[in-house]
Design a protein around this ligand. Sequence first.
Ligand code: BDP
Length: 684
Amino acid sequence: EDGYRLWLRYDPLPQTSALLSSRQQITTFFIQGQSPTLAVLSRELSTGLSGLLNKEITITPAAATADIVISKSNNERLGTEGFSIITSTTGRRQIRISANTDVGLLYGAFHFLRLLQTGHPTSNLNITSKPGIRHRILNHWDNLDRYVERGYAGISIFNWHTLPGYIDKRYIDYARANASVGINGTVLTNVNANAYILTPDYLLKVKALADAFRPYGLKVYLTARFSAPMEMGGLKTADPLDADVKAWWNNKAKEIYQLIPDFGGFLVKANSEGQPGPQDYQRTHADGANMLADAVAPYNGIIMWRAFVYSHETPEDRFKQAYNEFKPLDGQFRKNVMVQVKNGPIDFQPREPFSPLFGAMPQTPVLMEFQLTQEYLGQGTHLAYEAPLFKEVLDADTYAKGKGSTVAKVINGSLYDHPLTGIAGVANIGNDINWCSHPFAQANWYALGRLAWNTALSSETIAEEWIKQTWSNNSKVVAVCKQMMLDSRETLVNYMTPLGLHHIMGNGHHYGPLPWGKSLPRADWNPVYYHRADKAGIGFNRTATGSNALAQYTPEAALLWRDSTTCDEKFLLWFHHISWQRPMHSGRSLWEELCYKYNEGVRGVKTMQQQWSSLQQYIDTERFSQVQQLLTIQYNDAVWWRDACLSYFSDISGLAIPAGYERPAQTLDHYKSLQFPYAPGNGK
Ligand code: BDP
């Protein structure tokens, strides 16, 4: 058991009463019609059902005598991707899976397999389901040489060398896995884009992938390097208002759509971290986005234009820059443009307040960007289940149209009535045998798909589904793994960045603690910029007496954080510079609370180790040992984080670590001297 099968293992189910009745009930299925998607569906259903029910399941040409009937419906409520699953009892007892489209049927079949695999009785189903968000997309930060930026699971699964001639089985299993959780788009290339992907040879390779993915409802997108017309087209400029530049992109779009008629469109990172963009020509982000939007519009393509920008010159609080740049452009984008916003204002930290852009651009569809790959969350070695992080953001209230204007409602288009909606996850997938390196990291891929389908699902439900399919239906395994997963993110926050600390990780690679870091040329690349600890206190004052980033939120949303005495302590140091002596809700001083939290983090990892050990007899040896080894690394890292950070903050504040807590084993100088040459680089 090497983890390759992900959550689609289809091993025989345990003999519960629900299973016995499904087993009795199901022997044949019928599929109405024929298409590549239906062929995929048929294969999945026969392997899945035969495996789970441990008996031979066959396809039958006669609907009337089949136990499962898959057929098209004409039901407006289901839209283009929704499905219904109904156990009908009139006449012969049949399970009827219906949808308006083939891909809807495929989603329905996968859902049915999930129900079985998670132990649901199938004798009385009455389900209708459709996705709340239209574009549910993975963003691969994969370079053409297969190095994955911020990737911790091997090299890219996309092997440009052997494409288009060779279709690796992985591509198919990748598409299956995505379809099984409703992910319907994939951006194949890094946001730090390489123009070569747009050359005719590469486009043939992209076409081969698009053809392989199409039956699974998975559309292909690419990143567009803004300067491509110069680098590849020999033009003197990439000015978006220049007629030749527009013509170049129009022709490029035409060329792509001739090969790939359902090509999704482009994702663009422009004028950010050294990438070219419209501002190089004194044009706005809207000018740039609209030029590309016009090129793909005739083919129903979309542009996902990233708001992750921060200027090289502005000394302004980096927190504020995306909002300052994009808010004034609201209303200026074409209809097929979405602005893609990271969940928080800085950069995928273990905890961030939601980005103030959510809710602030009523006339623009705003697409959520989460990061599945754990750049700042212990990378490939730490167990960190991210659904609680995603949910915290989705459930946050922007108050943009009064109470209840959650980020989820911004994203699903309901708040401002936008039909174009999207959610993206920066992929954590590579060519490791088990795809994601850490066996538990697969859950983050799974969670993105499930939440994109339905933002109302709880982290608990998603964890439970995933565990049952990935590990076991055994109730002890489910209970223990679920607890581990649900606590894991808060545990990680505690040993890395408690109480609203942020961006105090190692330079460049972002692994391990570096709270003393101040060596980089830009102030806002340095940890000391973010925590601002001094003799008196710690934290970044973002209130009116500081950078006033809080003013970017609606007054009601800002109210949660504005007053340091009522501010949710989880976010305290995001917004306030606080005296070390300040009493916290617990009665401890801020300094003592910090010591307490770091120790809680270490304790949390120890608990996870014990929980995992208690499952040894229920888990296959290979995966058991993998997780066990990784938890040991995580434990040692948590101790390292705690001891390095507390040594440093103790030095700055002049306060000793209170009695009762373990002392750091080494001196501060020792922690400062640690080099970490093995950390995956930042790939720039
Ligand atoms: C940061 C990463 C960097 C990415 C950048 C981005 O450190 O590698 O290129 O975000 O999102 O998180 O563009």
